[in-house]
Design a protein around this ligand. Structure first.
Ligand code: SF4
Ligand code: SF4
Length: 103
């Protein structure tokens, strides 16, 4: 397969190394949730798990995802990716959440 000559070559560090460059202040309670757990239990797409760049959403045994909210990058991807509009998404309380060391 040929590559377009203007396609940039991007070599990223492993995800774990890149996540190491962000700092989190745990607000103590989750700013993320699901609206209706039964909807998740029947969901076959798991868009939240697929789209999250920080591995926050993880498949649960009962079909309802576990949410490791402490690692959230606040990118909003899960909020818009869920096919069933079943994600409760708010910002962490003021002063908590993610801080980026660069930029
Ligand atoms: S994509 Fe939406 S409905 Fe499916 S498991 Fe995730 S939050 Fe639940
Ligand atoms: S806002 Fe982004 S980083 Fe946070 S849980 Fe959703 S997809 Fe993952």
């Amino acid at each position: 397969m040929s590559t377009h000559p203007r396609t940039p070559t991007v070599e990223n560090e492993p995800l774990e190394d890149r996540l190491y460059t962000v700092k989190y202040d745990d607000p103590g309670e989750s700013h993320l949730d699901v609206k209706v757990p039964d909807v998740c239990a029947q969901c076959e797409t798991d868009d939240c798990v697929e789209v999250c760049p920080a591995n926050v959403w993880r498949e649960g045994d009962d079909g309802v995802p576990h949410i490791a909210y402490e690692n959230c990058l606040e990118c909003s991807s899960c909020r818009f990716a869920c096919t069933y509009d079943n994600v409760v998404w708010t910002y962490p309380e003021t002063g908590a959440g993610v801080t980026y060391k660069y930029g």
